[in-house]
Write a protein that binds this ligand. Structure first.
Ligand SMILES: Cc1ncc(COP(=O)(O)O)c(C=O)c1O
Length: 466
């Protein structure tokens, strides 16, 4: 097995053996590409880069949470924290989960973790034995595929979304998951994410119940990642938890946290809900890996859901204050999502967006743009990766290539609408539309709207959605 490029490039000492599984380790392009965006921004080539690539939140952490953390630091809450999370923090989270999911868990089913991400690796390390198989969604959050392949050496199954050739949209069909389970033995884990990154699609109750039926039949575990659970846009699909389905508590590792809902990505603060025996294993991992989530963060986490007391210092519950703030963020996400969807729809059939259902992502098809003669012949662009690169370096539009999220993402582009409405989303959409129109017209085809119409059409949408 050859060395991965990043290691050979660094002139590794000859004959030193490294873990060959590194060949399977992937990455999250939001971070890699993010560095490139910063470079282009610094070069000064464009007055502004329109940022549709970020996986970070536009809004900032609500002030009441910051205030609790500051008070905790002033109270000198600076020593090691509890490896699993202080009992009161976990109790507060458990109570909130019982109320919102209609379940009956205790603090023994909860573990604080640094961000939501560690649950992915810990689940694999705790459950997957040699020969076991892991199913990941394709397209999906790339860390699932990366870590599943790293630990399982390519023995990873893809639940691939179906592409509707006419509507040009993606859909995960439970029948395809069933087929994977029928055709493979030893499936141990399914990685399931809703609202989904990168598509922004939400799995409704019915679909989750169909998956639960497969769990009962085939007995596998589900990493249920609902880290965007509060960012769901009404309509007919409400967020529904896999945990709420009878019997699923025993099979579910629920990844959640503060990053997205509470705009706390930089705090690295998340939690896991799982069967108590698994939480015990994860606790052991915590001690071995990172010891504990910082103590002052634990206090802030606890206060978000209830009253907190630690070492004689009291911290009042800030739940209502925080909820009032973040609900406004969610309304703004919905408006931005619907606006971006409607703006991109103006380019149909060249660009076909899916429906903005949740999280802060859209995953429009750019297949027809990639097929334009000017794009193929003059710009020599044939893949979504090349297109997203060109959009950044030649037009100052930062997006992520669909294939960064799996092979089924080829031909799609991920648009995040987390960023600021007035500086990025509205002017950025106008720029995207004008750019695509130029590509259509230079290919000698008739664009669904002209460049001259863009500003007024988009302004109409601004009035409608904001
Ligand atoms: C689907 C999904 N799961 C997990 C994570 C990781 O969250 P955190 O930053 O809290 O580790 C992300 C972050 O982008 C995500 O999109």
């Amino acid at each position: 097995m050859s060395l991965p490029k990043f290691l050979t490039d660094k002139n590794l000492i000859p004959n030193v053996t490294i873990n060959p599984a590194l060949n399977y380790l992937g990455t999250e392009s939001a971070f890699d590409f993010g560095a490139k965006v910063m470079e282009v921004e610094k070069s000064g080539k464009f007055p502004q880069i329109y940022k549709f690539h970020v996986g970070d939140t536009g809004p900032k952490t609500p002030q009441p949470i910051i205030d609790v953390a500051i008070k905790a630091l002033q109270d000198k809450q600076t020593k090691y924290g509890h490896f699993a999370g202080y009992p009161q923090v976990r109790e507060n989270i458990a109570k909130h989960w019982n109320k919102t999911r209609g379940i009956n868990i205790t603090k023994d089913n909860v573990l604080l973790q640094p961000g939501g991400k560690p649950a992915i690796e810990m689940s694999i390390q705790a459950l997957v034995a040699p020969g076991d198989k892991i199913i990941v969604q394709n397209p999906g959050y790339p860390i699932y595929d990366s870590l599943a392949n790293f630990y399982n050496h390519g023995n990873v199954l893809n639940w691939s979304a179906r592409r509707d050739e006419i509507k040009n949209t993606l859909e995960f069909d439970v029948e395809d998951l069933k087929k994977l389970l029928e055709e493979n033995t030893q499936v141990k884990l399914l990685m399931l994410n809703t609202p989904q990154n990168p598509t922004g699609m939400v799995f409704g109750k019915e679909k989750l119940e169909q998956i639960a039926e497969l769990v009962r039949q085939y007995k596998f575990f589900v990493v249920f990642d609902d880290i965007y659970d509060q960012i769901v846009f009404g309509g007919d699909k409400q967020q529904f938890s896999f945990l709420s389905i009878p019997g699923m508590l025993d099979y579910t590792i629920n990844l959640n946290g503060f990053s997205k809902n509470f705009a706390m990505t930089g705090w690295r603060l998340g939690f896991i809900i799982a069967p108590a025996w698994l939480i015990e294993i994860f606790g052991k991992f915590a001690i071995n890996k990172y010891t504990a989530v910082p103590r002052f963060s634990q206090i802030a986490a606890g206060a978000v859901f209830g009253d907190m007391e630690l070492d004689g210092c009291k911290y009042e519950c800030i739940s209502d204050k925080v909820q009032e703030i973040i609900v406004k963020d969610f309304v703004e996400y919905e408006h931005k999502g619907k606006f971006v969807e409607a703006s991109l729809r103006l380019l149909s059939p060249y660009v076909v967006p899916n429906v903005a259902e949740g999280a802060f992502y859209l995953f429009p098809s750019f297949h027809k743009v990639l097929n334009l003669s000017y794009v193929k012949n003059n710009l020599a662009i044939t893949t979504d990766k090349q297109l997203s690169n060109w959009l950044l370096t030649e037009k100052g539009i930062a997006t992520l290539a669909g294939s960064d999220f799996g092979s089924m993402g080829a031909g799609y582009v991920r648009f995040s609408y987390a960023e600021d409405r007035d500086n990025h989303i509205i002017p950025g959409m106008k720029h995207v539309l004008k750019t695509v129109i130029e590509l259509i017209e230079k290919s000698g085809e008739t664009s669904p709207l002209t460049t001259a119409e863009v500003d007024s059409k988009v302004d109409q949408l601004v009035k409608k959605y904001f």
